[in-house]
Design a protein around this ligand. Structure first.
Ligand SMILES: *[C@@H]1O[C@H](CO)[C@@H](O)[C@H](O)[C@H]1NC(C)=O
Length: 228
């Protein structure tokens, strides 16, 4: 009797080992079905799949589509034409030509960049903390990645939101060439506030300030000319 049991147990363990071995071989031969497609870009951690098994890559192609959709909205078109009108006024002052090198600091989604390009300005750079390709590149307005004096004109409509306004302004001044121009647009304000803003400029002279309407908002435009 005891002998029978032992035999049975022996058979059982043999069968178990066989099954385990076969399972192991099977798993070994099986290609793991991971969720990362073999042609995924070099930085898969920068993509955010909807679920752990959503391996459809979020193609950059969709940026084109997204832009097309964004740029065709009423809101975009209205803001765009408002900026075009605004820059026409700058051109009428003789400060903006097709060959003027322009930098738009804190350019947001890039309305001003597109406006300038539409007008025929050939060399427009837009920067913002968050990029919006192809109009706006990523750069910190407090630390512009450009050499000194490489632009003829610097524009911003977002000085008011700057974390360090004086640093923001000094970077604009640094990037602009001697006799170049800084154009600042802020929420409509009085002489005292204009004086405060002008006071941030260490290397430029005040030219003028006027109230304008930009993208439907009442704003004040301040013109500064960089010292020669
Ligand atoms: C500037 O560019 C625009 C658009 O390309 C063109 O219509 C215009 O004639 C140009 N202006 C000058 C002065 O060349």
């Amino acid at each position: 009797m005891e002998r029978h049991v032992r035999l049975f147990l022996n058979k059982l363990s043999f069968a178990s080992i066989a099954i385990a071995t076969l399972t192991f071989i099977f798993l070994f031969l099986q290609t793991p079905q991971t969720c990362v497609p073999p042609n995924s870009p070099s930085k898969p951690h920068l993509k955010f799949p909807k679920s752990s098994c959503d391996s459809t890559p979020r193609e950059l192609v969709s940026i084109d589509k997204k832009n097309k959709r964004l740029w065709s909205t009423n809101d975009w078109q209205k803001k765009l034409s408002s900026f075009i009108q605004f820059f026409h006024a700058i051109r009428d002052l003789g400060l903006l030509h097709n060959h003027t090198k322009v930098i738009c600091v804190s350019a947001g989604a890039g309305h001003e960049v597109m406006a300038l390009s539409r007008m025929g300005v050939l060399d427009v750079t837009g920067v913002e903390l968050v990029d919006s390709p192809p109009l706006v590149s990523r750069a910190d307005p407090h630390n512009l990645p450009f050499f000194d004096h490489v632009f003829d004109l610097a524009f911003t409509a977002h000085l008011a939101e700057a974390l360090f306004p004086s640093r923001f302004v000094s970077e604009m001044e640094r990037a602009v060439r001697p006799d170049g121009v800084c154009v600042i647009v802020v929420e409509e304000c009085g002489d005292d506030e204009v004086r405060d803003i002008v006071g941030l400029f260490m290397k430029s002279q005040f030219v003028d300030s006027i109230n304008v309407t930009l993208t439907g908002l009442k704003m004040t435009r301040i013109l500064m000319k960089r010292n020669s």
